[in-house]
Design a protein around this ligand. Sequence first.
Ligand SMILES: [Cu+2]
Length: 592
Amino acid sequence: MILVAVVGSATAEAQRQELREPAELRPEGGVLRTELRCALSPFQLGETTLSTRLYNGQLPSATWRIKAGDTIKVRLINDMPPNPDEDSASLGNYPQRINTTNLHTHGLNVSPRDSSDNVLLAIKPGERFDYSVAVGRDHASGSYWYHPHHHTSTSPQVMSGMAGMIIVEDDPAVAEPGLLALDDVVMVFQSLLYDSLTNTMPYPTRLTNPFTPIAGKETPILVNGMHEAKLTMRPGETKRLRLCNATNESQVMLFVQKRSPDGVIAIPQFEIAVDGLYLPGARTMPAVTVVPGSRSDVLLQAPTDIVEGETYWLVMRELDRSFRTVETRDLIQIVVAGEAMTPYVPFTLPAPMTGGDIRSEEITGTRTLTFSIGDMSGIGEDPTIITRSFLIDSTPYDHDVVNMTLRVGDVEEWTIRNVSDDFHPFHIHVNEFQLVEDNGLPLEVPEWHDVLLLRPQSTYKVRMRIDDNYGKTVLHCHFLAHEDWGMMQVIDIQPLVGVDETQPWQSPELFPNPVAGRFSTVKVRLPQFLAGTKTTIRVVDITGEMVLVKQVDAADGELATLELDELGAGTYYVMVTNGPRYRETTKLVLVR
Ligand SMILES: [Cu+2]
């Protein structure tokens, strides 16, 4: 019997297909142009053909690979069927009008206004909208993603499979050659909700009880639309996995195992970035967990030798929203074949932020944010309670209310409390933040995130630089059902005082640049409107460490002088700040 079982499993393994990667789109002349047609589309799940909402019929949607400074131009075409409840009264914070959509570029520091990353728009069935998302020249490289974000339809649409990855490529002037040379493997984790009788997601019904949940079952978590796959690697090869959790509320834990007749050995991997943002150094992880909305970049290393009888597996453990194990699966068999390569371990990683860690001296204000779930014991008599129970600062979401006002240039420290007995992944649009304290314990090394899992009954401290991208946007729980039930706030980021939008800001001008020679001086020409005020010039290296700081005022005129004799060759950033009025960064190259 044992022999039969082994043969059976060997046959099954032989049928594994190579991991498919999403199609990839690149910009031309600095502009990535594409269409996203949203429509009910067939998706083959084993023997079953599902009809599910997809972008361009693809699961996952294409990867957009851009560089900092590029613009993403997307025509979003909503070809989903009309909403049966289009003219019905609003149910408030509850799934409804689930064929109305919009587009969110998750993790990008871009404008939330107009036709950019504007999640307050509603693109109805039959409508189309042209998005234009300008990614700044200083944007951090990394792994980001896009998905719909229309309140009351976000969860149904993401659970239909509407998601794709965005990669902002590394700057070759900053990243080391070994990192640039790595082969990327995009892995998008998704789970679809469908009714097993109709093989499609049922439309929320209002016939008897309008608050009947969308009934159905979830597919197992798929990676790039596949249930299992193999990944062929050369001995010693290092691949960069770009992991994105695009599920509604499932946690994805991944680990690597070597199996041989002697037993099973866990093989640690290197995590190099979280939410697209590089860690200070590669960290060795026995297992990597990616929470909903979050990304992780992991270096997967194949063994240097091929040994008879040894097999390698990337194992996935799916955990539910309360971190209970749902399933452990041999997701990907790592097949080692071909000519050997030298394993790559990064020497240095690029700095995620040109400003480096957020220091205490920078903080301009503090506030507290509290996630809670109200008392839902009366839901039997009054099902509408659910629309008023998923709360931030004791308040459910209201599209017409601004819950928080922030200001460009401010640097804030927030205490985020979760006083509920559930987990909630906190996410804020347009700005990332740095976790500095976890339940009273300061982090030795602060971590950048755009999603932070709040454990039940827990308190965190995060710091955030409010970037130049002003306008109204949101913060919310990234368990998307919670978001549609109202666990979201509108934030209004106010522009700098006295900005004249018709006059683009003049960047500080450096000359000479590059600077060559042992003894070097660089002049900084400041914008004229700063004359007569106190301006700070900081020079930071590529690890984000500040290496020089200088205050200039009226007496110095418009030209400031920086003496750079003490600095080694390399790339630096010159940051010029003047209170909330002005913040600009220019790259400086020193040649010795
Ligand atoms: Cu939540």
